[in-house]
Design a protein around this ligand. Structure first.
Ligand SMILES: Cc1cc2nc3c(=O)[nH]c(=O)nc-3n(C[C@H](O)[C@H](O)[C@H](O)COP(=O)(O)O)c2cc1C
Length: 301
């Protein structure tokens, strides 16, 4: 037997694979394509205090080895999530991680409190790193601002609290430490890498928002380095993500120090990829005579 289960604070995942927020909807969009009862956890789309329409189109562009998105946190708001999305997802035996952005610490804390009192999440991921809204990167590029949001939300909930960090920094270590010191139970990284795309034919930017967040295989080396560095700086567990397309990619993140991983952009090609990755990790452990996934976490030499 191979033990694939991992813990993020008080959250137990049956296997170390979840989904990148914004790439798996609220579960219902993909439930006929993947057995949600077998997934490590579902991380749902960003959920804000009020409904948001997001940025104007075009807001997705394909790039070499990835994609740029500038969705801008489109969602129906916390009350819509609790009444419309949550009941469906609770019909499955899978932990739910809710991604929460905010305008300021109070706004973050409001959604965190609503989720806590309504039992709307099994863990909360603070999205302090969205590059596609104004001031979206203010928090995760500054240790003090990171600490302020995490500390405020820590007071608002007893649920496992993750801080989702940005790759758009020179050194992620002080930010990871600030989140840990402020009471985060774990970190998620990376969010997307800020970028743009230009159409030579029309001489226009391809995204109406001009900038977008780069994701997919092209960002994996960046993500791996940030995960490795963050893991060396903190004791709390990390959910690693950024360009994970296969079990081998995921194993590399575990070796770099991630306790769990998320498949993001890969879901657009194969919505069943999270389960395939979990099965691939199990095969790798078996083939290499490991009995527990914890044996490979941070084991890179
Ligand atoms: C279309 C799209 C929407 C996204 N929406 C969110 C979001 O709402 N909140 C968030 O924290 N991250 C969001 N992300 C970032 C992903 O969760 C993930 O951190 C990132 O894409 C890197 O992983 P990947 O390369 O596997 O996609 C989004 C990514 C994409 C491609």
């Amino acid at each position: 037997m191979v033990d694939l289960s991992v813990r993020i604070g008080s959250l137990t995942m049956r296997n170390p694979v979840t989904t990148g927020s914004g790439t798996f909807g609220f579960g219902s969009e993909v439930a006929d394509l993947i057995d949600l009862n077998k997934i490590g956890a579902v991380c749902v789309k960003a959920t804000t205090t009020h409904p948001r329409t997001g940025n104007p189109a075009p807001r997705i562009v394909e790039t070499a080895g990835g994609m740029l998105n500038a969705i801008g946190l489109q969602n129906g708001g916390i009350e819509n999530y609790l009444s419309e999305k949550l009941p469906y997802l609770r019909g499955f035996d899978c932990p739910i991680i809710v991604n929460v952005p905010g305008e300021d610490p109070e706004d973050f804390a409001y959604v965190v409190e609503r989720l806590t009192e309504a039992k709307g999440a099994d863990a909360i991921e603070l999205n302090i790193s969205c590059p596609n809204v104004s001031h979206g990167l203010d928090y995760a590029t500054d240790p003090k601002a990171t600490a302020e949001v995490v500390a405020r939300c820590r007071r608002a909930t007893t649920l496992p609290l993750l801080a989702k960090l940005s790759p758009n920094v020179t050194d992620i270590r002080p930010i990871a430490q600030a989140a840990e010191d402020a009471g985060a139970d774990g970190l998620s990284l990376i969010n997307t890498v800020i970028g743009t795309a230009i159409d030579a034919r029309t001489r226009r930017f391809k995204l109406a928002n001009v900038t977008g967040g780069l994701s997919g295989p092209s960002i994996k080396p960046i993500a791996l380095l940030h995960v490795h560095r963050a893991a060396s700086a903190v004791k709390i567990p990390i959910i690693g993500m950024g360009g994970i397309m296969s079990a081998t990619d995921a194993i590399e993140f575990l070796l770099a120090g991630a306790t769990a991983v998320a498949a993001g952009t890969a879901n657009f090609i194969n919505p069943g990829v999270a389960l395939e990755i979990a099965a691939g990790i199990e095969s790798y452990l078996r083939a290499n005579d490991f009995t527990d996934v914890s044996q490979i976490i941070g084991a890179v030499r």
